[in-house]
Design a protein around this ligand. Structure first.
Ligand SMILES: Nc1ncnc2c1ncn2[C@@H]1O[C@H](COP(=O)(O)OP(=O)(O)O)[C@@H](O)[C@H]1O
Ligand SMILES: Cc1cn([C@H]2C[C@H](O)[C@@H](COP(=O)(O)OP(=O)(O)O)O2)c(=O)[nH]c1=O
Length: 225
């Protein structure tokens, strides 16, 4: 019996790594067969082209890099991870929790395309490419850590202060980019029925534990089905 693939999605710094770890640890503690993975798989050689892309080797402006080509770099990295690390585990009934997945291509590559019809064509192509042609598993659930734009901007400002404004990769986190990301998340969450978790109350982040309880209870419903 095939297990479950659960994705933790969200913007940079929304708490994906934190929530992926807490969820994995809690489910493992309950005695379930659970593993977590993270994309890009930076520790693997399969992420070489993703690293070149993020380093700006194909152009310093992310928008200038063909979204179909960039999507392929990430998809190939996922294929390698799936085939060598967690395919058997999933097929034997394990639960895999992924920090980012195809859903990140849907967002970060789709936003390079302005025209709504061209965006739809891209999303259809991506679904077919990753899930049909490459044979990657379709997620059973996508959990979106929803951080309002104003709160994201505060977090980014605090972080920029610490790093002197260097974000390091070409997916630059400026205000208009963040706005585009948020609009796209809203659209994708509706279109693909993602589970949205509000991570802030007003202009403040909720506690890590409170968000975890929400994540855990949604996942438990899926695992009990
Ligand atoms: N709910 C929260 N409130 C405040 N800080 C948080 C919260 N969740 C995560 N953090 C902190 O924010 C930073 C980014 O979190 P992380 O889980 O690495 O995010 P992501 O994986 O989405 O980039 C870390 O320093 C983490 O400890
Ligand atoms: C996994 C994945 C990430 N991305 C993007 C999201 C990020 O901007 C970038 C690097 O991912 P990540 O290292 O998770 O970014 P961060 O630590 O900044 O949150 O790659 C895609 O465009 N497609 C994908 O399939």
């Amino acid at each position: 019996m095939t297990g479950h693939l659960i994705i933790i999605e969200g913007g940079d710094g929304s708490g994906k790594a934190t929530q992926t770890r807490l969820l994995t640890e809690r489910l493992q503690h309950e005695g379930r067969q659970v593993r977590c993975v993270s994309f890009p798989d930076y520790d693997s050689e399969s992420s070489a082209l993703v690293k070149m892309y993020l380093n700006g080797d194909f152009g310093r402006d992310a928008n200038s890099v063909n979204p179909y080509a960039a999507s392929a770099f990430y998809a190939v990295d996922r294929f390698a991870s799936y085939q060598t690390k967690w395919k058997n585990f999933l097929l034997q009934g394990g639960t895999v929790i992924a920090d980012r997945y195809t859903t990140s291509n849907m967002l970060y590559q789709m936003i390079k395309i302005e025209d709504p019809a061209a965006r739809r064509r891209y999303l259809d192509w991506l679904w077919d490419f990753e899930f049909h042609k490459m044979g990657l598993p379709v997620p059973d659930m996508v959990i979106l850590l929803d951080v309002p734009l104003a709160v994201t901007e505060q977090l980014m400002a605090a972080r920029m202060g610490k790093t002197g404004g260097q974000t390091g990769d070409i997916h630059e986190q400026n205000e208009s980019f963040l706005k585009k990301c948020h609009e796209a998340y809203d659209q994708l969450a509706k279109q693909y029925s993602w589970q949205c978790i509000s991570c802030a109350l007003g202009e403040c982040m909720r506690s890590v534990e409170a968000i975890h309880e929400d994540v855990y209870s949604i996942v438990l419903k899926l695992l009990k089905k």
